[in-house]
Write a protein of this length. Structure first.
Length: 576
């Protein structure tokens, strides 16, 4: 009898311990809910909320990962119905919040979503692991104010768009100037999401819709994944929301005009979050709530959208994983890669768009006209959405790239993105395809800490080139193939070249003095009749050249053995 009582007591104690977490007296009403949807949680409130959730529910896990420019770490919060996190048999969803902390809708919506998944208020997914970065731009989140979101209807106080070093983090995914972006990269590859959601608030025009979506462009994603996104995931999400009496429309990419004439889909280059995640075959979307709608309404609809997306992924998780794997196989067998895209105006999607009549009237502030939307005159019209793209610039895919070890900043970014490589074991000569930078343009004012290049053109040359022991050989037959093409091909819009990682090759280091080189130039032309003929023809056909002595000497110098090979020589080489 005593023995049985002893074990009964032990059993009761163990049960008490196991239940103690869920009986903890934490208040899981969010700050958003306590203020009736007028305010957003502070950074400290957000982290404390998730810590309490993780302490209470075994389905929730909180991790501290990496650094941000603010000095505070990034946090990653996991939800898994069975408490198994990062299970490769499941699909994975990564939700990013607060990249622009003034656009705080996702921060509050995701707090409620994770709580309601954990406590069973909404049905949790069986085959989806969900992870969220609760506040990505920590520095901007700590820099709160009530005035900088000039066009936005709430919340009462919010964070600032720029991070602790005043970078817009949604331009930093490829170049990785910030600690935030480097830590995001680590998190992204840790989670390896099949689906990615980045929560934002939109500007541009006035209309009736609270929700808009900005999915990655389906042609750019390509293959089975692109088809699935375009023909199944997007229409299914729209239908799920319609079943909840919630309207959603594609991101209204209109500025300074009314939307009735239609608009093109925004092309998400890899500097943006969904453009970056697409490089690793992730189905990516931005949620863009409309800035003029009440904050409470925006947050609640963001919540419903994420919940609907989880339902869709859970239903189709195996298919999503299969076509993602198939897309990698397709990438490996491809002979060409599209570096840039342009709108295909021959194909459109017709939208049932709900807008407001807009007119231009005399401004009472300036001496010009102003656009005025009349919310008393709503309309529903069929408008054209230009969401088909065609290749603008295509390049063949090499078997591998060779990068000299001295370009360590670029190599560090490749390592950060888990790019596989080998090292040359001894000094070796390879026959490679190489680029000379033929022309490029540069922005006139700084853009996100860079003087960004664009319209870059190259000249391709095949030649034998010497490489040193320790230089890097990077095969394109790996999961990072699209990342490699987007960053290492200089004509790609967001290439490392265009982001100034190779600017030192653009400056000529050795020059000549005319009074010395005159004599050498004379001998060069005398000993090279073919070059002399080209020189005379250029003078005969180019008046500006013929009238400029220095240009003539410089031309001879650049066509002689005295001209340095490093000038305009792109130092990434292609092996076929």
């Amino acid at each position: 009898m005593k023995k049985a009582s002893y074990f009964s007591i032990i059993t009761l104690l163990l049960l008490s311990c196991n239940l103690s977490n869920k009986n903890a007296s934490f208040d899981f009403e969010t700050h958003f809910e306590k203020t009736n949807g007028l305010e957003t949680a502070t950074y400290d409130q957000v982290i404390s909320f998730y810590q309490n959730l993780a302490d209470t529910y075994p389905e929730i896990k909180l991790e501290t990962i990496g650094e941000t420019d603010s000095g505070e770490p990034l946090h990653l919060i996991w939800f898994s119905t069975d408490g198994k996190f990062n299970d490769s048999k499941k699909s994975s969803l990564l939700i990013n919040n607060g990249i622009h902390p003034g656009e705080s809708d996702g921060i509050d919506a995701t707090m409620m979503l994770f709580r309601d998944l954990a406590n069973g208020k909404i049905t949790p997914p069986k085959s989806v692991t969900i992870a969220t970065i609760p506040v990505y731009n920590v520095g901007g989140g700590l820099n709160r104010n009530s005035t900088t979101r000039t066009n936005q209807n709430g919340p009462k106080e919010y964070g600032f768009r720029g991070n602790a070093r005043n970078y817009d983090l949604n331009r930093d995914f490829i170049k990785c100037d910030t600690k935030n972006a480097r830590t995001f990269t680590e998190i992204f590859h840790k989670v390896a999401p099949d689906v990615f959601i980045d929560n934002h608030v939109s500007n541009g025009a006035d209309y009736q819709h609270t929700l808009t979506h900005l999915f990655t462009q389906h042609n750019k994603l390509g293959g089975e994944l692109g088809t699935y996104l375009h023909e199944q995931l997007i229409p299914n999400l729209e239908q799920e929301l319609q079943n909840k009496q919630l309207d959603i429309t594609p991101y209204v990419n209109v500025w300074g005009a009314t939307p009735e004439k239609g608009w093109p889909q925004f092309i998400d280059y890899p500097r943006y979050s969904t453009g970056y995640t697409t490089l690793f075959n992730t189905l990516g979307m931005m949620v863009e709530t409309h800035m003029l709608k009440p904050y409470k309404q925006r947050v609640e609809q963001t919540y419903e959208l994420m919940n609907s997306m989880i339902t869709l992924i859970d239903f189709d998780y195996q298919h999503i994983k299969t076509i993602k794997d198939n897309q990698y196989k397709s990438n490996f067998s491809s002979k060409e890669y599209v570096l840039d895209w342009k709108t295909d105006s021959t194909k459109t999607t017709t939208l049932n768009f709900k807008g407001y009549e807009g007119t231009y009237i005399n401004s009472k502030v300036t001496n010009g006209k102003r656009l005025l939307y009349n919310q008393k005159k709503p309309f529903t019209k069929a408008v054209s959405y230009y969401n088909y793209m065609k290749p603008k610039n295509t390049v063949t895919i090499p078997a591998a790239y060779i990068i000299p070890q001295n370009w360590h900043k670029v190599i560090d970014l490749l390592k950060l993105n888990q790019v596989a490589f080998s090292r040359i074991k001894k000094d070796t000569v390879f026959k490679v395809n190489t680029y000379k930078i033929k022309s490029y343009e540069t922005v006139a004012t700084p853009f996100e800490g860079h003087y960004l290049h664009f319209n870059t053109k190259t000249k391709s040359v095949t030649k034998e080139t010497s490489f040193r022991k320790g230089d890097y050989i990077i095969s394109t037959k790996q999961k990072a193939i699209r990342y490699l093409m987007a960053t290492l091909e200089p004509e790609a819009p967001d290439s490392f070249f265009n982001w100034n990682y190779f600017d030192s090759i653009l400056q000529q280091k050795e020059h000549f003095s005319a009074y010395v080189f005159e004599d050498k130039a004379e001998r060069i032309l005398k000993n090279n009749l073919k070059l002399n003929t080209k020189f005379e023809n250029k003078k005969a056909t180019d008046t500006a050249f013929a009238n400029n002595n220095h240009k003539q000497l410089d031309w001879i110098h650049k066509n002689s053995e005295h001209y340095e090979h490093a000038h305009l020589q792109y130092p990434v080489y292609r092996l076929h």
